[in-house]
Design a protein around this ligand. Sequence first.
Ligand SMILES: C[S@@+](CC[C@H](N)C(=O)[O-])C[C@H]1O[C@@H](n2cnc3c(N)ncnc32)[C@H](O)[C@@H]1O
Length: 219
Amino acid sequence: MADPNSRSGVRYADGAILRYADELHAPHDEALAAAAEAPERQGLPAIQVGPSEGRFLQLLLRLAGARRVVEVGTLAGYSAIWMARALPTGGVLYSIEVDPRHAEVARENLTRADLAARTEVRVGDAAEILPELAAEGPFDAVFLDADKARYPVYGAWAAENLRAGGLLIGDNVYLFGRLREDSDEARAMRRFHEQAAEAFDTACVPTPDGLLVGVRRTS
Ligand SMILES: C[S@@+](CC[C@H](N)C(=O)[O-])C[C@H]1O[C@@H](n2cnc3c(N)ncnc32)[C@H](O)[C@@H]1O
């Protein structure tokens, strides 16, 4: 019987294949390596995106010609480095982080990457910071990577504050394998999927925990 978890007869690439692909297509320089290692070294949770996801975010922003970008969930600044490197001179990445210690580590990493001039880490709860940030919009892309139960709130803000053709990107949209469960968090994440599909042309990319990508429709 066909395995419902497989695609085209292939289940998952093994660790050696993933490492090969990461090293070839998403290699770390000194600044990315430092940001990737920072969580473990400095006692933060090591829950940043993987190298290939970071590189993919960067390429998406380049394809969209993004200049003004919002990230929700900075941690140590690893994904912020990938994304800020996609921006042209004068572009800016606003990254929101509720934990002041995480924000401090992220600022150190962004400075080491020589990206302090094109990044702004805003400390606080994204539900409070996003309404303040609206005045800096409209934005070209919004990347969600923080508290999963609030994705519908962040997604609604993105729908209002992205330009037509702007990108909504959400990480962990399979909710660590719990997306179909009967829980408030899973219902919220399903609402995010449905809301995104209404206002955006969407695809859910089967990364290990699902990456939703949406392009804002004009009407
Ligand atoms: C998965 S990590 C972000 C990883 C980062 N995007 C990367 O890949 O390098 C999630 C971060 O979101 C932060 N966070 C959680 N809830 C938040 C909220 N309500 N507002 C802002 N940040 C929040 C956490 O403190 C944590 O640092």
